[in-house]
Design a binder for this molecule. Structure first.
Ligand SMILES: [Zn+2]
Ligand SMILES: [Zn+2]
Length: 156
């Protein structure tokens, strides 16, 4: 098994010094704690209901528009919002997750929430508070993952 030092490309410290990985672990714990506190704070400010804001106007404007070709129309693919099939010449929008909807179905949806109706992936918003919340959430997740990996390399 490769040692912690091999994996992290650093030298073991001389005797008597505090091991580097313990400091690293402490820092990770502090960061995770801070992100969790921030979550609590967010709940307090927004009353516990983290309402998903509409998708960013610029993002919606720039979504690629496609007209349904006869080939696609023949495949009987459904729009997940209205559950109707795509007909030839229907105007559609495709989200970054590759999910496709009628323009007339997805546009009103994105004016209410910034998630894909099918896979719930998050789309950009114009709400700076919510964007900050998403960043903190992603960061906390990354920290959790790092912490787990580090824990495994130390005690696993
Ligand atoms: Zn539709
Ligand atoms: Zn999707």
């Amino acid at each position: 098994m490769a040692s912690y030092y091999d994996e992290h490309d650093c030298e073991p410290l001389a005797n008597g010094e505090t091991p580097n990985h313990l400091l690293h672990l402490a820092r990770l714990l502090l960061d995770t704690g801070a992100a969790m506190e921030w979550n609590v704070e967010y709940d307090r400010i927004f009353g516990g209901t983290r309402k998903v804001p509409p998708a960013s106007k610029k993002f919606v404007d720039e979504l690629p528009t496609k007209l349904i070709s006869p080939t696609i129309a023949a495949q009987g693919i459904q729009c997940s919002v209205c559950l109707g099939e795509f007909d030839e010449e229907d105007e559609t929008k495709t989200l970054p997750c590759d999910h496709q909807f009628h323009s007339k179905c997805i546009l009103p949806w994105l004016q209410k929430v910034s998630t894909c109706p099918v896979c719930r992936c998050e789309l950009p918003t114009d709400d700076p508070d919510y964007e900050m919340y998403k960043q903190h959430k992603a960061r906390a997740k990354q920290r959790e993952y790092e912490l787990e990996t580090l824990h495994c390399s130390m005690f696993g």
